[in-house]
Design a binder for this molecule. Structure first.
Ligand SMILES: Nc1nc2c(ncn2[C@@H]2O[C@H](COP(=O)(O)OP(=O)(O)OP(=O)(O)O)[C@@H](O)[C@H]2O)c(=O)[nH]1
Length: 240
């Protein structure tokens, strides 16, 4: 370590143009659940700010990201929108489970089968070494379809409690029309709040390994299947 005198001399030659660019932390969050539960719509709404007019079944994995700022620190939230259909995900699975910082499990509140599938998704995570030490949340989507609800808040909350996850009920289509489940009431842009909550949680944890020079991009991009990796996993998670 340089003594303070030599440090002063040396720092005189250091200008902002010679310093490395500020680095942006990246949080890799995978979004999983049955086909048709709305994973693409949720990730699109968060990254592009609107409900997509048209979606097609995801093949493999789509990758969207958004740059956000917390306490003057820029953070890139990278959402990996995975295919729900088995035939579109097989070859890809082990790649998108690498270096994950958080997992978002999605079910469709109007589709009980998608809720019953959750244990299988949790099991798949476990098989890829993603246990309870990785922050996880449960999202019940399509709450705008109130007349068709098949999965009540109580049963979803019980499931969330058993698995130590916070539960959010929302709608990618109309985020202000969510039901009355835990953590949901009165938020006018709930999808935003869900992903920001996860990012906030991750930010307050151990610094991540992977970072990259700040490019200032905001919004949705699709880099294809092998676009990016995250860093070390975050270590703990409390219910909201
Ligand atoms: N009413 C309503 N429809 C939604 C909502 N979210 C998604 N949808 C619709 O549900 C269908 C499936 O949505 P996707 O986002 O493609 O579902 P996915 O989970 O990504 O499906 P896969 O890519 O096959 O895994 C589409 O027709 C969407 O328009 C929502 O919050 N409310």
């Amino acid at each position: 370590m340089a003594e303070s005198g030599s440090l002063v001399d040396f720092s005189g030659s250091l200008t902002s143009s010679t310093l490395p660019p500020p680095r942006t932390r990246i949080f890799k969050i995978i979004v999983i659940g049955d086909s048709g539960v709305g994973k693409t719509c949720l990730t699109y709404r968060f990254c592009a700010g609107k409900f997509p007019e048209k979606t097609e079944a995801t093949i493999g994995v789509d990758f969207r990201e958004r740059l956000v700022e917390f306490d003057s620190e820029k953070i890139k939230i990278q959402l990996w929108d995975t295919a729900g259909q088995e035939r579109f995900r097989k070859s890809m699975v082990q790649h998108y489970y690498r270096n994950v910082h958080a997992v978002v499990f999605v079910y469709d509140v109007t589709n009980a089968a998608s809720f019953r599938s959750l244990p299988a998704w949790i099991e798949e995570c476990k098989q890829h070494a993603l246990g309870t030490e990785v922050p996880r949340i449960l999202v019940g989507n399509k709450c705008d379809l109130q007349d068709s609800v098949q999965v009540g808040t109580n049963v979803a909350q019980q499931f969330a409690d058993v698995h130590s996850m916070p539960l959010f009920e929302t709608s990618a289509k109309n985020p202000s029309s969510q039901g009355e489940g835990t953590c949901v009431a009165g938020n006018s842009d709930h999808v935003e709040a869900i992903f920001m909550t996860v990012a906030h949680k991750l930010k307050s944890q151990k610094p991540l390994v992977l970072s990259q020079p700040h490019t200032g991009s905001v919004g949705t991009i699709n880099l294809g299947r092998w676009g990016a990796d995250g860093g070390d996993g975050a270590k703990s998670w409390g219910c909201c």
